[in-house]
Design a protein around this ligand. Structure first.
Ligand code: FAD
Length: 423
């Protein structure tokens, strides 16, 4: 007696065939559905790459915002060097390329049934799901710092209104004011970002409010590109920036938004402008999917980016624990392409090869003064590890011409990556 087999049984049969090393027929691959949640640097790039690799795949990108506001270069908006519009990108080109763009938030995931529930009550089914939801700010981590407090003491760690709020507060501050930046412990989005921000705010203060001071309260002993940043502070902003490490009392435990006060074990600091960057975790949908562990981030297989706890769900970008790879847009974009290739290979019954991924993070210490850190990564002992001898940071003793060239490279990288992902 014959009966029709369901799609799920068909996919299950595909897995069994894979185990026997028989390739799946091409039509099985053609029918596959991949849903990508999050239209930022990771998700938008992954959706586009999947469609480019295998045009017959049904690729759906789920993102509630019609316009994406990019964080890289948002520190230049805070410093008054660039408009927020230069940070904003739409999804029209991605849709024109054959990706179905759904302007909804994903609110539920059933990993067994392979469905994604959306805010409007509809749902999508998938063969493979990719999560790239970025970060959530941990509003439970610093006493007194909740969403209402963020309207007074902005984090500006998700670009958009918060970026403009911090900009407006700096503009409204009198000359001679104190700006305080509170920086969390690792891991967090964009490890060099707070120190680039300190530089660019100092650049604004030096040119417009030169009697002002900037204090960085840090929950760490060391930070990314530390020597290069500290040299730049001395060279460009002497006497203006003070950095307080963890052991010197830099860890902020609580805040009082009514008085703009940041509270540490070593004393209180009352700011004219307080930029509080709280600890973070993977975007909430990753927890709903069962992909986060007790760190709040998502452990992944470093070859396929498949979640270690949620089968058929891949996690890329800031939300994943990528070993030595920092949480950056460059990393998210590298991971997106690797993950897309791995998914296409898995769907056609193959085994993805071990990848090599790269990251470069540029930072501006001034509009014409760039520094960078680069790395190459490969799977090792279940994580992504540094390829020894590859990568490094800008030379400590470089000329100002060299620094100006790196500032140009930073601009070029931003134009290139945003054109590739959204253009
Ligand atoms: P995102 O780009 O944040 O995208 C996540 C997307 O998911 C968002 O669009 C969100 O709306 C969507 N989403 C979330 N939840 C859901 C849901 N439930 N349903 C549907 N969609 C959802 N990186 C660099 O490489 N270079 C830099 O110079 C640099 N500078 C930075 C400066 C600052 C000040 C900051 C804060 C960050 C900087 N970064 C930089 C880091 C970079 O912005 C992030 O690492 C990058 O955006 C991560 O990409 P992502 O795809 O993981 O997350």
């Amino acid at each position: 007696m014959s009966r029709r087999i369901s799609r799920r049984e068909f996919c299950g049969a595909g897995v069994a065939m894979t185990a026997l090393a028989f390739p799946l027929p091409a039509f099985a691959q053609a029918a596959a559905r991949v849903v990508v949640i999050g239209g930022g640097f990771g998700g938008a790039s992954c959706a586009r790459t999947l469609k480019a690799i295998e045009p017959k795949l049904q690729v759906t990108l789920v993102e509630p915002n019609k316009t994406f506001t990019a964080c890289p270069f948002s520190n230049t908006v805070i410093a008054g060097l660039r408009s927020i519009e230069a940070q904003q990108f739409g999804y029209d080109k991605i849709a024109a390329g054959g990706v179905t763009v759904v302007a909804q938030a994903a609110t539920a995931i059933d990993a067994r049934a392979r469905t994604v529930g959306l805010a409007d009550g509809t749902s999508l089914t998938y063969d493979r799901l990719v999560l790239s939801p970025g970060i959530d700010l941990r509003f439970d981590a610093l006493q007194g710092y909740d969403e209402a407090a963020a309207a007074k003491m902005p984090h500006a760690w998700k670009a958009g209104e918060q970026t403009l709020l911090l900009r407006n507060q700096l503009e409204a501050m009198d000359d001679g004011g104190l700006v305080v930046i509170a920086v969390p412990a690792n891991p967090f989005r964009c490890p060099p970002g707070p120190y680039e921000r300190a530089c660019l705010i100092a650049h604004y203060l030096k040119t417009k409010k030169p009697r002002s001071k900037l204090l960085i309260l840090d929950a760490k002993e060391t930070f990314s590109k530390q020597r290069l940043f500290q040299n730049a502070w001395k060279e460009l902003y002497p006497g203006m920036i003070e950095w307080v490490s963890l052991s010197q009392g830099g860890k902020v435990n609580a805040v009082n938004p009514a008085t703009n006060t940041l509270i540490t074990d070593f004393g209180d600091h009352t700011a004219h402008v307080a930029n509080v960057i709280p600890p973070q975790r993977a975007g909430r949908i990753a927890t709903i999917a069962g992909a986060t562990d007790n760190t709040g981030w998502c452990a992944i297989d470093p070859v396929t980016f498949e979640s270690k706890s949620a089968p058929n769900i891949h996690v890329i970008g800031d939300a994943c624990l990528a070993g030595a790879m920092p949480k950056s847009a460059f990393s998210a974009n590298s991971q997106a392409k690797t993950c897309a290739r791995a998914i296409a290979t898995l769907l056609s019954g193959g085994s993805p090869a071990a990848p090599k991924l790269i990251n470069t993070c540029y930072s501006l210490a001034a509009p014409d003064y760039g520094i960078s850190v680069a790395g190459v990564y490969q799977p090792k002992n279940g994580l992504l590890a540094d390829v020894e001898g590859a990568g490094g940071v800008s030379p400590a003793d470089a000329s100002r011409e060299f620094r100006a060239r790196e500032a140009d490279y930073a601009q070029s990288w931003f134009s290139t990556v945003t054109a590739e992902v959204f253009g």
